[in-house]
Design a protein around this ligand. Structure first.
Ligand code: C2E
Ligand code: MG
Ligand code: MG
Ligand code: MG
Length: 285
């Protein structure tokens, strides 16, 4: 019956639906091709400690450098990667490329920075994810404590028993877990407690108007207080002005990220702008 319904619906397709389908199919094949051709790249955005304004880490953000369409942000392809399941393959590439880069930073710049990587709920539903990660960590000789895996609040809300079990395994492996875009999914404190989280990232939408929006100021203050009681470190994302930074610092937010500090940058640019010069083996005692 489902089949005949589907056929019936196809008959009343309006051009707009066709265009949307065409768009999806195009993006899907673009993702497949880009995985084969190596057109994906990672950009890195500094994560800064609010107290000292020192760089403590970087978030890896995927980009697609298309031969004709130029540099594409994840907003143009990540949802379709998610829906088609291609996110699992793309996510593995991101993990490998990010850890490869991190091992270079740790080795050649003696820089003990953290790397945050975004992972999708689909990746976390698969036990094999833990094995893959374990292999990559040992191949690149990365201490797991320098890797932060970010999972969005909305993904966590659609978790399964597997997701929770995989998160516990990742935690036992020594990785840090972070909840991303917090505040947009309406989860409660007691709900958060069942996940083995280390870091909470407050969504950009609360930071954007923090100077003028009293409700958002009260919310961010409450989230930071709550995080302390849960032993979670806090990162505020989307800090664009010095004033926003000062307000958040006053609220004792520990870390920040945003255009005020830096946009996401290609690896070589991140290296030259934010990391100390090449590590000299002779200077080590
Ligand atoms: P996110 O993880 O919340 O990443 C932060 C996004 O905010 C990034 O957008 C970043 O470029 C942007 N941003 C940072 N600071 C500012 C600021 O001060 N102002 C404004 N307006 N924006 C700022 P981007 O790179 O377009 O990524 C969008 C989303 O795509 C990410 O949100 C993340 O959810 C997803 N994403 C990115 N890379 C990956 C990946 O490798 N895997 C997965 N599964 N998702 C990814
Ligand atoms: Mg993120
Ligand atoms: Mg975020
Ligand atoms: Mg986001």
């Amino acid at each position: 019956r489902a089949k005949s319904e589907g056929r019936g619906r196809a008959c009343i397709f309006v051009p707009e639906d066709e265009q949307r389908t065409l768009h999806r199919v195009n993006i899907e094949s673009m993702i497949r091709e880009s995985l084969l051709e190596g057109h994906f790249e990672l950009h890195y955005q500094p994560v800064v400690s609010m107290g000292h304004q020192m760089i403590v880490g970087a978030e890896a953000l995927v980009r697609l450098r298309h031969p004709e369409r130029g540099l594409m942000a994840p907003g143009e392809f990540i949802d379709i990667a998610e829906e088609t399941g291609l996110i699992v393959q793309l996510g593995e590439w991101v993990l490998e490329e990010g850890l490869r880069q991190l091992s270079i930073w740790h080795r050649e710049h003696a820089s003990a920075i953290y790397l945050s990587i975004n992972v999708s709920g689909k990746q976390l539903q698969d036990y094999r994810f833990v094995r893959t990660l374990e292999n990559l960590l040992s191949r690149y000789r990365i201490r797991p404590g320098y890797l932060i895996l970010e999972i969005t609040e909305s993904m966590l809300m659609h978790h399964t028993d597997h997701t929770l079990e995989v998160m516990n395994r990742l935690k036992r492996l020594g990785c840090l877990l972070s909840i991303d875009d917090f505040g947009t999914g309406y989860s409660s404190l007691s709900y958060l407690q069942k996940f083995p989280l280390d870091i909470l990232k407050i969504d950009r939408s609360f930071v954007t108007d923090i100077e003028s929006n009293k409700t958002h100021r009260a919310l961010v203050t409450a989230i930071i207080t709550m995080s302390r009681s849960l032993n979670l470190r806090v990162i505020c994302e989307g800090i664009e002005t010095a004033q926003q930074m000062e307000i958040l610092k006053g609220m004792r937010c520990q870390m920040g990220q945003g255009y005020h500090f830096s946009k996401p940058l290609p690896a070589h640019q991140f290296t030259t702008q934010y990391l100390p010069g090449s590590y000299q083996a002779t200077s080590a005692s």
